[in-house]
Design a protein around this ligand. Sequence first.
Ligand SMILES: [Zn+2]
Length: 296
Amino acid sequence: MDHTSTSSFEAVLGIPEFVGYIFVFILGACIGSFLNVVIYRVPNELSLLPGSACPNCKAHIRFYNNIPILGWLMLGGKCNDCKQAIAWRYPAVELLTALVFILTFWHVGLTPFLPVALVFVAAMLALIFIDRDHMILPNVITYPLLIFALAVRIIFPIVFTESYFSDISSPATMPMFGYPPWVMSLIAALFGAIVGGGSLWLVGAIWKLLRGVDAMGLGDVKMMFAVGALLGWRLTVLTIFLGAFTGALIGSVVVMRQKEKDLQTQIPFGIFLGIGSIVSLLFGDRIIGWYLERFM
Ligand SMILES: [Zn+2]
């Protein structure tokens, strides 16, 4: 996950860099449109096919109105058939996904890791919004994401000589014990998964012992298994730190604004872990480097 001169879009394809950004923006908006369908249908156990439909009258959205972001604007935010308002969140998710894709492309560059990183941030965005809407993190997303992460961690060191994982890039850890790189990568992935999922499970178990209530859903644990496997233990610790910090901050604001104080209010922690994991993927190595330089 380092910037290298060879990862520049212009250097690889000989096409100006901004063309790459435009392409990634359009790709992100289209994936965002698909994520809207996922966010709406997966928790309700509906099929992902056919494509976008009006949430009110179920009329199929015509392809020329289905252009991400612009389609909603052309329709004036209303369904063409039943004239019911279509929530502004739909184009907002498309725009957000496009912007996160742009940031990912900027950070990762045109490398073999780019599609992996894009799949990861797309899955995280889906989980963030599903957790916000339904307070669940569906297994149909977290399990495949964990398998995907482990497969990437095994296959990448076999196929590519360059390391794309910050937890095993340092020469100090790489040739340890004479194991082939893919074994070290898998061990690092499993360690990251245990750090991510295991620590959340432990916090939940201790909380349950002390307070007798479930503070943490198992969905959060499964989500962090996947995050830990792909990002490695360092970025996973940062993810949990960022998630806990922003979660506590937003959570206390929510509780303070409540009329009746209820400290049992459930907070969909997956939102903050999801945001934390995206920030960790994009800026984590920089944040950790800055922190170590400053305080160690
Ligand atoms: Zn309609």
